[in-house]
Design a protein around this ligand. Structure first.
Ligand code: SF4
Length: 226
């Protein structure tokens, strides 16, 4: 399995914010978000190999119930991901998978944390990845499949108030329940996140969405492995 890093920290975003968790970060992604906060898994992917058995042994060393499998995009390695989830589930772990929701596979997971990418994630139009990113970033059928099969949260990274229209359109077209939607500010420093908090909270109040802070950014900025 291609992976990037493994570390023990707290979940910094979403419904399980603050819960001590082991993060297992896979490498490689099918998208190229312009503001990607883990470019070492997408734009310049690290290429380390680990077997499923080695991954399970390394994760178990932390004696931590919650495991978050993140990326990159974990579902681009469906065979390995399925095997890893199966082994962790057997051992009683709570498994969250963080995904850009463009690829589906049946896995043993307790929370699918989708983060469909809005237009604000597009690389510049003259970039060689633009067309592919724009074409692949939203897959309504995949989002629907996850919603039907798993407990889910749908996190949108919001850059400006104008992003709301795109979120509302997706919500209506795909049928995403409002209570599963979380809005998070885009940014890799506490100062940038703070600038966006107030209007973002108002958008949440007006639309029945949940606001999610990004606690790891507030504490550690864009430092890796925390
Ligand atoms: S989907 Fe996630 S990992 Fe992939 S490029 Fe976008 S932010 Fe980075």
């Amino acid at each position: 399995m291609k992976f990037s890093e493994l570390f023990h920290t707290i979940q910094g975003e979403g419904q399980l914010i603050g819960v001590p968790s082991v993060f297992f970060r896979t490498s490689y992604c099918n998208l190229r978000c312009v503001w990607c906060d883990t470019p070492y898994t997408s734009w310049e992917p690290e290429d380390r190999d680990i077997t499923v058995a080695e991954s399970v042994a390394a994760i178990m060393r932390y004696r931590c119930k919650h495991v978050v499998i993140t990326g990159g995009e974990p579902f681009i390695q469906p065979k390995e991901l399925t095997a890893l989830c199966h082994e962790l589930d057997k051992r009683g772990h709570h498994i969250t998978i963080e995904t850009n929701a463009t690829l589906f596979a049946e896995v043993a997971a307790h929370l699918i944390s989708m983060s469909p990418k809005l237009r604000n994630s597009n690389p510049p139009e003259d970039h060689r990845f633009f067309k592919r990113h724009e074409r692949e970033r939203i897959c309504p059928d995949v989002i629907r499949q996850f919603l039907d099969a798993y407990p889910c949260q749908v996190k949108f990274v919001v850059d400006t108030p104008e992003d709301l229209t795109e979120i509302q359109t997706l919500q209506t077209e795909i049928g995403i329940p409002a209570e599963t939607i979380l809005l998070m500010p885009q940014g890799t420093t506490s100062a940038v996140l703070q600038q966006k908090q107030e209007w973002l909270v108002n958008l949440c109040k007006e639309n029945g969405y949940r606001y999610s802070p990004r606690v790891h950014v507030d504490i550690w900025g864009d430092k890796r492995g925390v």
